[in-house]
Design a protein around this ligand. Structure first.
Ligand code: AOF
Ligand code: ZN
Length: 357
């Protein structure tokens, strides 16, 4: 199952509203277990993992065990239910990790298998699988994406210097981890202040993974983003959405001509309408959202209590008194968040916190 979960990561961020699920078909042979088929939910969400793994296994599936990171589906989509496909393949045993909250499936997938006489084991490494499926599970449970607040801070807890644009804080290894996180996420969001100060691109620039760049979102209700910013200039390659106030319709045209999309969120006097925005993103099929700052935007998401995960990269240098204080530091994480992972990336340290329970 651990191998199936690892395999399921392959299409994270590429399967739309569908979770990236992994399936391994395993035969017990004299000299030990042998993997005869692998599948991961295809880019775009279909085909599902199971039929692909079974295809590869062919006749070898007969009598074998299928390891699935999510309960096999029980509904008819463009293809028959995966539970049915497993049954007709002659699989003898199905080992499942997470259960599927989708009301069309929830419990029915496993029930169909059992009714057909297949041995079913549930909840194997369920927590690890749920961690991998957290965007999907979050969206199903809360009707909003999983929100990951990612910040790079100096050793003295600063995220930059007012008016200085991008200040280097972390090194090359940490930066690659950030790009990998981008590749695995559906969308990334920043405030207009950061967009103006840094002129970032927010794409994934790991070699070979460029096409996995997330949809970029800028909170820009007064449409201040320059038309010649890197974000706008790359809008035809990687989706860019601006959240604009409803009365900005006229101002939208030049952006629209360059391929920029819009989320009209009614802010009603508030600076950012976060709950409405998250709901809109979930409806668009976005399951994981990285929030990358700046301080004002990060604080707004923290105040709304919608941050599910904190990814803090701490560099070794000091910025000093001129620095912008980080809205959250490893010494001061929001109540109810617990350390999940800690790592060292060259000279930098990484701390990941998740919401408890
Ligand atoms: C599986 N294997 O690999 C995945 C599953 O829109 P559809 O018809 O593709 O169905 C989407 C639902 O299928 C999704 O909400 C989830 O319940 C399930 N995803 N199921 O058996 C897979 N990705
Ligand atoms: Zn399926």
């Amino acid at each position: 199952m651990a191998a199936a979960i690892r395999y399921s990561r392959r299409n994270l961020g590429l399967t739309g509203t569908n979770p990236s699920v992994g399936t391994l078909i395993v035969r017990e042979e004299k000299d030990g277990p042998r993997i005869v088929g692998r599948g991961v939910t295809h880019v775009g969400g279909r085909p599902h993992a199971e039929p692909q793994a079974l295809d590869e296994a062919g006749e070898l599936a007969r009598g074998a065990t299928a390891y699935v990171t999510l309960e096999p589906c029980a509904h008819h989509g463009r293809t028959p239910p995966c539970a049915e496909t497993l049954i007709s393949s002659g699989i003898k045993r199905v080992v499942g990790a997470a259960s599927d909250p989708d009301p069309r499936v929830s419990g029915r997938g496993y029930a169909m298998l059992r009714e057909a006489g297949i041995e079913v084991v549930e909840n194997v490494l369920a927590e690890e699988a749920a961690d991998q499926l957290r965007g999907y599970l979050n969206r199903a449970a809360k009707k909003r994406p999983e929100v990951i607040l990612k910040l790079a801070l100096s050793a003295d807890g600063k995220i930059g210097i007012e008016g200085e644009g991008q200040v280097p804080i972390t090194g090359a290894i940490a930066r690659r981890q950030v790009h990998r996180l981008r590749a695995e996420s559906d969308a990334i969001l920043i405030g207009i202040g950061t967009a103006l100060a840094d002129d970032p691109e927010l794409t994934c620039r790991l070699e070979g993974l460029e096409a996995r760049s997330p949809t970029r979102i800028v909170l820009d209700r007064n449409m201040r983003l320059p038309l010649d910013s890197r974000l706008v200039k790359s809008a035809r390659q990687t989706a860019l959405l601006l959240t604009s106030a409803a009365d900005c319709e006229m101002a939208r045209q030049p952006f629209a001509d360059l391929g920029v999309g819009f989320i009209a969120v009614d802010v009603e006097g508030r600076e950012i309408a976060i709950p409405e925005l998250l709901e809109d993103l979930a409806e668009r099929g976005i399951s994981t959202l990285i929030v990358e700052g700046g301080a004002f935007t990060a604080e707004a998401f923290l105040a709304e209590h919608v941050v599910d995960r904190l990814a803090l990269y701490v560099g070794p240098g000091q910025i000093g008194a001129r620095g912008i204080p980080a809205p959250v530091t490893p010494q001061d994480v929001p109540h109810g968040m617990v350390l999940k992972r800690e790592a060292r990336y060259g000279p930098d340290r990484y701390f990941e916190y998740v919401r408890e329970g």
